[in-house]
Each structure stands twice: as structure tokens, then as C-alpha cells.
Write a protein of this length. Structure first.
Length: 95
């Protein structure tokens, strides 16, 4: 781990259900304020990082690397489909 072991010194609680399962990511194409794009890796934030995940934004690239490492270890297979018909650009603005 590059940074997650420092942000989560007590370790990460990985749901037992995730172990050995195939995973399919269906992310939305959008930009990200701290990195150009995150693709499907940002989906892992919600599934693997619960509390204190906002602390990882200052080290987003290392965090994404750590999350990919974890996913490769716990999932039998990872498949991502990303349709670029609609894309998000920046925060949602009220009209």
C-alpha cells in the first residue's frame, strides 16, 4: 500500500461478500477535481473506503493505485463498461 495504510492504520474492513466475486463497474464519464478522470476506480471508494475517505483526495493517485491493488487481490475478475454518450463536467449547478 502506498497511502491507505497511513490513512487507515487499523486496516480496511472488506465485506466478506466481495471476496472472490467478479465485479462489473458501470461508471459515468466525468471529470474529477483532483485528477483528470477516475473511470471505474472511483466506484471502489464507496465499496472499500467508508469512514475518512475524504482524507484520500489529497493523495488521489496513490489511493487509486492502492484500490486497484486491493481489487485485483479480492475479486476473481473485474470488468468495466463506460459509455461516453453523456459526460459530467464539474459540480452540478442549480439553475
Amino acid at each position: 500500500m502506498r497511502v491507505l495504510n497511513k490513512i487507515f492504520p487499523e486496516g480496511l474492513k472488506i465485506p466478506e461478500y466481495f471476496m472472490g466475486k467478479n465485479i462489473v463497474h458501470l461508471p459515468t464519464v466525468k471529470c474529477h477535481i483532483y485528477t483528470g478522470t477516475t473511470g471505474s476506480m472511483k466506484n471502489a471508494f464507496g465499496g472499500l473506503l467508508t469512514s475518512r475517505r475524504h482524507y484520500t483526495h489529497s493523495v488521489i493517485h496513490e489511493t487509486l493505485n492502492d484500490l486497484l491493488t486491493i481489487q485485483k487481490e479480492i475479486h476473481a475478475g473485474i470488468f468495466t463498461v463506460m459509455d461516453g454518450l453523456y459526460a459530467g463536467m464539474g459540480p452540478v449547478q442549480e439553475r
